[in-house]
Design a protein around this ligand. Structure first.
Ligand code: NAD
Ligand code: UGA
Length: 447
């Protein structure tokens, strides 16, 4: 079946870039991205310099496709009705209440999508899980769709997304693999084929992997768990390096040169951040426990525990440097995003480290080249345990690196390129989350 009309529910970090790239590569397909958040839709339709997310190369793709075959709309009902294929790219955060709180994925947004699809569909649809979901979620979605709408055939596929923020467009252009899971029925195979045909417009066929639906759902969680596990493995060894005089960068290089291990994702850091690693591993841990696999659950849980330990260990170094007394000390906090080339701060190590230092009495001058002032305020107000801290005069958010030059020490937590090119005019102590082995280097931000 030749798809002509796609609807994507969720105009976030995944929905926006993935649909923009499909629109670019498939000019004959009309794609409408819808969202419950009208402000977001307005921003996607607004100036290219103010798109809701920052992603290198994204504005060029939007410039070419928007209004041609890519549309952003708040007409959820109409867009579902017209589409032959519907992607669900809504958020799946960790549950905050009810059974599985703090561990399991909150599927309420996905379930709401399924109810909307059932309600507004008047013809058969291919429904695609783009969000990261626990294995066997397709079963639940099918149940909702069939309960609410009996005379329409819904074919469910799993097509998880592997893009990383900061390189989303590059990743979508040259994916390592595209994974598509579906049922082994005639209609399942037909649906798989129509999705394969879309990706085949720019992804080599050998990189398009088709599997059963459960393998596809689980492969996404497992991929993130493997990546995060590598970071926690090297971070755990960074602690041993500091005790023994070994250098963690030299260690990573030596380990990574073994082609069976490989060199990627072995950079010691202050701990991984981002919206997915922690939530996906916790979700995996929950699933293992659900199936009674407690040893397997404990194994994966340790990846998250080491990550928490690393953030606390890093903050403790700064505290120890001041012999526990940070009152009257101003810390230049360089980097708030969870990694370079993104404005996303979800689960950023900066949030936890800054809170610990603030609680010990430090004043903070925070600078990030891309994160908006309001985002930093929002993170401090909503994610720190002590509410109302931002109103305190001890926190200062600045829009230029130079404005932090009067600080007593620096903490660098995001690998922004501009932090590489500092002008050595005066020496200051830094605690470098990018180079955890060499804290307390001398460094300066210029005059
Ligand atoms: P996001 O929060 O940036 O975007 C989700 C969007 O869905 C929001 O704009 C929200 O308003 C909208 N939404 C929620 N419920 C809705 C509903 N019922 N109807 C219409 N719109 C609704 O999330 P994201 O980062 O794009 O992640 C989406 C999914 O993709 C998650 O499952 C995540 O794990 C997965 N994922 C994310 C990344 C990433 O880099 N961020 C990469 C791969 C996979
Ligand atoms: C990650 C995966 O890389 C994507 O494949 C996946 O699609 C995505 O999660 C998701 O499911 O959301 P992302 O979180 O955007 O992408 O960014 P990564 O590049 O994986 O970095 C995650 C964190 O690990 C960052 O805080 C980064 O600084 C840290 N990291 C990464 C290290 O500390 N050391 C490394 O060697 C690599």
């Amino acid at each position: 079946m030749q798809i002509k009309n796609i609807c994507c529910i969720g105009a976030g970090y995944v929905g926006g870039p993935t649909m923009a790239v499909i629109a670019l590569k498939c000019p004959d397909i009309k794609i409408t991205i819808v969202d419950v958040n009208p402000t977001k839709i307005k921003a996607w339709n607004g100036p290219l310099s103010e798109l809701p997310i920052y992603e290198p190369g994204l504005s060029d793709v939007i410039k070419e496709t928007r209004g041609r075959n890519l549309f952003f709309s708040d007409d959820i009902a109409g867009s579902i009705e017209k589409a032959e294929m519907i992607f669900m790219a809504v958020n799946t955060p960790t549950k905050t209440e009810g059974e599985g709180a703090g561990m399991a994925a909150d599927l309420s947004y996905v379930e709401a999508c399924a109810r909307d699809i059932a309600k507004y569909s008047k013809s058969n649809k291919i429904v695609i899980e783009k969000s990261t979901l626990p294995v066997r979620t397709a079963e639940k979605i099918k149940e909702i769709l069939e309960k609410e709408s009996t005379d329409i055939h819904f074919e469910i596929l799993s097509n998880p997304e592997f893009l990383a923020e900061g390189t989303a467009i590059e990743d979508l252009f040259k994916s390592d693999r595209v994974l598509i899971g579906g049922d082994d029925t005639a209609s399942g195979q037909k649906a798989i084929k129509s999705l394969v045909n879309i990706y085949a417009n720019w992804i080599p066929k050998e990189k398009i992997l088709t599997t059963n639906i459960w393998s596809s759902e689980l492969a996404k969680l497992a991929s993130n768990a493997f990546l995060a596990q590598r970071v926690s493995s090297i971070n755990s060894l960074s602690a041993l390096c500091e005790k023994t005089g070994a250098n963690v960068d030299e260690l990573s290089k030596a380990i990574g040169m073994d082609h069976r291990i490989g060199s990627k994702f072995l950079k010691a850091s202050v701990g991984f951040g981002g919206s997915c690693f922690q939530k996906d591993i916790l979700n995996l841990v929950y699933l293992c426990k659900f199936y009674g696999l407690n040893e397997v659950a404990d194994y994966w849980h340790q990846v998250v525990k080491i990550n928490d330990y690393q953030k606390e260990r890093f903050a403790q170094k700064v505290i120890d440097y001041f012999d526990g007394n940070l009152a009257g000390k101003r810390i230049g906090f360089l980097g708030w995003a969870f990694k370079a080339n993104t404005s996303d701060t979800r689960e950023s190590a900066s949030i936890k480290v800054s809170e610990i230092l603030y609680k010990h009495g430090a004043s903070l001058s925070i600078y990030d080249p891309k994160v908006k002032y309001e985002t930093i305020v929002n993170d401090i107000e909503n994610l720190w345990e002590t509410k109302g801290s931002f109103k305190d005069k001890r926190i200062n958010i600045v829009d230029k690196l130079i404005s932090t030059s009067q600080c007593d020490v620096f903490v660098i937590l995001t690998e922004w390129e501009e932090f590489e090119q500092v002008d050595i005019a005066d020496t200051k102590v830094i605690f470098d989350g990018r180079n955890i082995n060499q804290n307390q280097n001398k460094f300066s931000i210029g005059k």
